[in-house]
Design a protein around this ligand. Structure first.
Ligand SMILES: *[C@@H]1O[C@H](CO)[C@@H](O)[C@H](O)[C@H]1NC(C)=O
Length: 404
């Protein structure tokens, strides 16, 4: 006890000295904003723009230098095709102003056995304050898709770009091509901005989701164009404060919250805005999907606003009875609570007669569904709507007329 008291007294003086030295240190170190950043060019570090020499080591050492720099730093990838077997850009770093500027293309190995079981190709992990500007990631996934489509046993495949457990990330002007699996995954992150991203893969490629967001807060996806064989954007458990605006989706399975409720204990999804999106020839438009099995998950405070549907199979859909192969779904009632979902200003054409489908949980009916100014046609006629266990209101012009 006595020792503690003495320490506290000493610490008071120590604290004053410490505070003073921090003040001096801070006023001496250059602020990242006006300090010239150091640049590490992968070509100077041995990368070859020939599309066939593995340049992973050069990428890795450029990153190590940028991450180890105590001032703002950048990694630069010039034009050309760089074969990269894999690259993990891991933190924590010594500065939080790193730019990865890519003028060229990163090419994954075409043999899917190289990365297929690694599950990820380019990775940012435990980083803060990283901007990835430009560039193309070519996942060369066609071989693996063919394997999967032929029902052989194949590796699961690698995600082109994984951003995990990171904060304050900007991805601008990235093109992601032909990923083996999901194109871009954002998991366990805060404050991630994706702008002007282009994702493309064949409409028949399996599991090639464009952008998957999970367990993350404050992700925004703006001004992007996504065409794949699966969801353009999929939103998993634990996603909060997500903003998606000005996105063109198709081909693909639409923008989907879910699948939710796969596990009993699950974080919910809340405060999601999806606005000014165009769906063309997609399987779904705006979808909420949950497994038909017990869970404490939820989806609430969701806004779907200003959407155009061009020949979409299920323009507006809540499906709470997802149960592939009809197994592991006792009683088929989803535990996921869906509430406060607004559909506002949604127009266009449905490729099937049922344009609005609310198939909610019999145990926990959907509540607070609001429809406002919705007009969807099927073959130049008003389409139909179907509701099960869905409660809410309709206002303005709503066609097909509401079944809420
Ligand atoms: C909802 O998310 C947006 C960002 O998408 C954020 O600006 C807003 O503050 C959030 N609202 C609440 C109530 O958390």
């Amino acid at each position: 006890m006595a020792e503690l008291v003495i320490n506290t007294c000493l610490n008071y003086h120590a604290l004053v000295v410490l505070a003073l030295s921090i003040f001096i240190l801070l006023s001496e170190s250059p602020s990242p904003a006006n300090a010239a950043s150091v640049q590490y060019n992968v070509v100077s570090l041995g990368a070859k723009a020939d599309g066939k020499t593995d340049s992973s080591k050069a990428f890795q050492s450029a990153w190590a230098s940028a991450c180890g720099s105590t001032r703002a730093a950048s990694v630069y990838v010039p034009q050309g095709r760089f074969l990269v077997k894999s690259a993990s850009f891991n933190g924590p770093c010594k500065n939080s102003a790193i730019t990865v500027r890519i003028d060229g293309t990163l090419v994954a190995p075409s043999n899917y056995n190289v990365n297929g079981n690694a599950r990820r190709w380019i990775v940012f992990r435990h980083v803060t304050g990283v901007s990835m500007i430009g560039g193309t990631l070519d996942g060369q996934g066609t071989g693996l898709w063919a394997c999967k489509l032929s029902h052989k046993s194949c590796p699961i495949g690698a995600t082109n770009l994984l951003i995990s457990n990171s904060q304050n990330i900007l991805v601008r002007g990235l093109r992601s091509l032909n990923s083996q699996m999901f194109h871009i995954v954002i998991n366990g992150c805060q404050n991630v901005k994706m702008q002007g991203v282009k994702v493309s893969a064949s409409g028949t490629s399996p599991n090639t989701d464009g952008i998957h967001v999970g367990a993350s807060t404050g992700v925004t996806i703006l001004n992007s164009k996504i065409g794949t064989g699966d969801d353009c954007v999929s939103i998993g458990p634990g996603s909060n404060n997500l903003w998606i605006e000005n996105v063109a989706c198709g081909p693909g399975h639409g923008i989907s919250i879910g699948s939710l409720g796969k596990t009993q204990q699950e974080d919910g999804v809340q405060n999601v805005t999806v606005k000014t999106v165009t769906f063309t020839g997609t399987q779904n438009g705006v979808r909420i999907k949950s497994w038909g099995r017990p869970s404490n998950g939820f989806a609430r405070n969701i806004l779907f606003q200003h959407a155009i549907m061009n020949n979409v199979q299920n323009p507006i859909i809540i499906d709470q009875n997802y149960c592939p192969h009809n197994s592991g779904c006792p009683g088929q009632a989803s535990g996921v609570r869906v509430s406060d979902v607004t559909y506002q200003d949604i127009h266009g054409t449905s490729a099937t007669s049922v344009a609005v489908k609310f198939d909610c949980s019999s145990k926990y009916p959907c509540t607070g569904i609001r429809m406002q100014d919705v007009k969807l046609t099927y073959r130049n006629k008003v389409a139909t709507a179907s509701c099960a266990h869905a409660d809410g209101t309709a206002s303005g012009l709503v066609q097909p007329s509401s079944c809420l």
